[in-house]
Design a protein around this ligand. Structure first.
Ligand code: NAI
Length: 440
């Protein structure tokens, strides 16, 4: 339920950052536009709809405060309102300086029990101030995309950790960081690796990233993929999706990898596989999906053709080394909205999309993944929050796999909504599958 605009939000003692509606010129119009986007997404998120029915009735989050740092666009907003409808107080900010939709953030801030601090285009200082403002609500559950909130709590507000039942992490890079933290013995509450579930990774990372990264590149540049050499760096879940969808749009796909099995997999799919130093000389469009740094660097920029497009779909803006590109450039200018041209001494122009930040969320026209895909990811998030609130004491500090039955529950709701029926095991089949005695 949306608040009336007159309602004052609660006082937050160490809130240092103004909520979003002080950043938009016309909050009423922004909120109306945000609500429309949320409503459209909501119509295509049947899992969240089923959970909303359940949570509104049972209020499993009554008395809990959920602190979220995620890409604040329409689908995420529906997760936030779902948790609020389930009784939680929700405080949310962005997990990337460029991915917030200010209209959605404004609408979200108008929702009962939700405060949004997310603003598009913030600098580093304001980005972290907004995370601190969320932490000021003293969350008992955290929901992160990239782990910045978990890190801020551990580094600056360790006194809150005792009252946090647990957290959920949305993306591969966040899970990597959490595992590294856990291995160092520094992670002091349980966190579910939502990213690693089949219901998330096989759909969001593969189809979501594939579709939204490519459609954003095409919309941002108004250029075709057909007949282009599209270089996909990293053939993990995201890279697989980008490669498949690019091939489906008649591009010639080249894959670069550092893992021999992934390189072989890409080769057997029929893609050209080669090192980046070779791919750099033939590629027209580059899409990085490695979660690693310095994937495209000076030696590659030096051999690229005039007019190439450089886009990143990995979590952080470190995959294309923009400092080195800037060093080489004699000029840089905005070539189109969301496209910055770096002019080389010999006149070649290398075009960087969305400041090298994840293109499908940070480009001006970006909308993030399709709603149906995020319905699955956020369905898993929602049941994980429910599990933490109900049984958080059962989980020790550290990174945890999401219990399989929760992932299955979300898949069943989705199949039901899609009207897809499927088989189940008979007792004999179950016994057979569980037995080691049956041979030939
Ligand atoms: P993944 O671990 O499945 O795949 C990464 C692949 O990159 C691996 O196969 C690895 O061997 C390869 N790689 C690492 N360093 C490399 C290098 N220098 N050159 C070439 N290949 C290299 O990870 P996943 O799930 O595909 O995620 C990749 C990134 O995308 C992460 O940062 C993740 O957080 C992010 N992500 C972005 C989304 C978006 O909306 N744009 C959605 C989901 C994930």
């Amino acid at each position: 339920m949306f608040k009336t605009r007159q309602n004052e939000r609660h006082d937050v003692s160490h809130q240092t950052y103004p909520p979003v509606d002080r950043h938009v010129d016309d909050p009423e119009a922004a909120a109306a536009s945000g609500r429309r986007k949320m409503e459209w997404a909501r119509q295509h998120m049947p899992i969240l709809a089923a959970l909303r029915e359940q949570f509104t009735e049972t209020e499993p989050f009554a008395g809990e405060t959920v602190g979220m740092a995620m890409h604040v666009e329409a689908t995420t907003a529906n997760l936030a309102t779902l948790l609020a409808d389930g009784g939680a107080e929700v405080a949310i900010t962005g997990c990337n300086p460029l991915s917030t939709h200010d209209d959605v953030s404004t609408a979200l801030n108008d929702y009962e029990s939700v405060t949004s601090y997310a603003v598009r285009g913030v600098d580093d200082e304001d980005y972290y101030a907004a995370i601190e403002a969320v932490i000021g609500h003293e969350p008992t559950v955290t929901v992160d995309d990239g782990m910045d909130m978990v890190a801020a709590i551990h580094e600056d507000y360790p006194e809150l950790i005792d009252s946090i039942v647990g957290g959920c992490e949305e993306t591969t890079t966040g899970v990597h960081r959490l595992r590294a933290m856990d291995e160092d013995g520094e992670l002091d509450y349980p966190v579910f690796a939502v990213n690693d579930t089949p219901m998330k990774r096989l759909f969001d990372n593969v189809h979501g990233t594939g579709e939204s990264a490519l459609s954003t590149i095409v919309q941002t540049t108004n250029l075709s993929l057909a007949s282009k050499h599209v270089v996909v760096a990293g053939y993990g879940y995201c890279g697989r999706g980008v490669a498949k969808k690019a091939a489906g749009q008649n591009a010639n796909v080249i894959v670069t990898e550092v893992d021999p099995r992934k390189a072989l997999e890409a080769h057997m799919e029929g893609y050209d596989v080669m090192p980046m130093r070779e791919a750099a000389a033939v590629g027209d469009i580059f899409v990085t999906t490695t979660g690693n740094r310095d994937v495209i660097t000076r030696e590659h920029f030096e051999v690229m053709d005039d007019g190439v497009l450089l886009a990143n779909a990995g979590h952080f803006d470190v995959e294309v080394n923009l400092e080195q590109l800037d060093d080489l450039a004699v000029d840089r200018y905005e070539a189109r909205d969301g496209v910055e041209a770096f002019e080389m001494p010999d006149g070649r122009r290398l075009n960087v999309l969305a400041d090298g930040r994840l293109v499908n969320l940070a480009a001006p026209v970006a909308q993030g993944h399709p709603a149906e895909v995020m319905d699955q990811s956020f369905g898993v998030q929602a049941v994980c929050v429910r599990e933490l609130v109900a049984n958080g004491d059962d989980y020790e500090a550290g990174v945890h796999e999401v219990p399989d039955e929760l992932d299955r529950e979300v898949a069943e709701v989705k199949l039901d909504a899609e009207g897809v029926d499927y088989d189940s095991l008979s007792e004999d089949q179950r016994a057979y599958m569980d037995s080691w005695q049956h041979g030939t």
